[in-house]
Ligand binder design. Structure first.
Ligand code: ZN
Ligand code: ZN
Ligand code: ZN
Ligand code: ZN
Length: 296
């Protein structure tokens, strides 16, 4: 890595005791001009560099001013994030969507802590995630096994790409109620989780009935299974609704749950809320080894 002038300045402004450059805090210097931060200044009696008595120290306004102007690095820079910002508020906005932050794995039976940038790879490797990103991008339609007889079940997660925003689609069943929602995924460094600011229409599409809802993506950081019963970010449907909406599978039997996802936006406002174009469905595969329904 090349050292920039900013890195050089930052190095010179570092406190020689704690190696920090703290913004909005006084910086002191000894009679010979050596710096020490306010916290360490309280603890040292002599200059850490030249040993002159700190009783004659004074604040160094130039150092304080330069530190305030240093770009702030993302807290995740050691994990690979190159984002830095001139203002504290920009860095805190970035922190919430940084690709290098850690999040909980969105698969309900896992909940491991994963780097946001690694979520897709993790879901594919550990949870047999299906990737649905090749169907015109405006609508993604998925076929799920209904598992009508089971009380609870967790399906393999689905990676859903919709017009440049990427989501994880989750379908699970608990006490005979189906729950489906989406999480937004970070797709690039600057835009962060583009989809987090979008709304997604989720629809259980049957021959005879459709259940649908427009939801905002669920946060991967804050999600708890207890939220499933009381969240407007989740589409729920009952066993009975699932049975009523069953569609014909390859064998000709009515045996497939079809769920469609699309961005809700200006375009969809002009259409009837449950009209979806196209009839291309992606089969959601399941891990044969996966145990159904054990939420952790
Ligand atoms: Zn210090
Ligand atoms: Zn000194
Ligand atoms: Zn970052
Ligand atoms: Zn996982």
């Amino acid at each position: 890595m090349t050292t920039t002038f900013t890195d050089e300045v930052r190095k010179r402004l570092e406190c020689p005791v704690c190696y920090e450059t703290r913004r909005n805090r006084p910086v002191f210097h000894c009679a010979n001009g050596h710096l020490v931060c306010a916290d360490c200044h309280e603890k040292v009696f002599t200059c850490p560099q030249c040993r002159t008595a700190m009783t004659v120290s004074a604040r160094c306004l130039l150092a304080e001013d330069l530190i305030a102007r240093l770009p702030v690095k993302c807290a995740n820079w050691e994990r690979g994030c190159g984002f830095e910002s001139a203002a504290d508020k920009d860095i805190s906005a970035h922190a919430g969507r940084c690709r290098f932050r850690t999040v909980q794995c969105p698969h309900l039976t896992c909940r491991q802590t994963v780097l946001m940038a690694d979520v897709v790879a993790h879901l594919k490797k550990e949870h047999c995630a299906t990737v649905a990103d090749k169907h015109g991008d405006s609508v993604v339609q998925l076929k799920f096994q209904p598992f009508l007889e089971e009380d609870s079940k967790v399906w393999a997660p689905v990676i859903i790409a919709l017009k440049g925003a990427t989501f994880v689609g989750v379908l699970s069943k608990s006490k005979k109620v189906y729950y489906t929602w989406v999480h937004a995924l970070a797709t690039n460094d600057d835009g962060g989780d583009v989809g987090a600011r979008q709304e997604v229409e989720i629809a259980l599409r049957g021959d005879r009935s459709t259940v649908s809802s427009v939801v905002s993506p669920m946060s991967m950081e804050d999600f708890r299974p207890e939220m499933m019963d009381d969240s407007d970010q989740i589409l729920t449907f009952t066993n009975r609704q699932a049975r009523q909406s069953l569609r014909r599978g390859a064998s000709g039997k009515r045996e497939i749950l079809k769920i469609a996802y699309r961005l809700a936006g200006s375009e969809s406002k002009r259409e009837a809320p449950t009209r979806f174009e196209g009839d291309t469905y992606v089969d959601v595969q399941s891990c044969s080894s996966e145990e159904p329904g054990q939420f952790v």
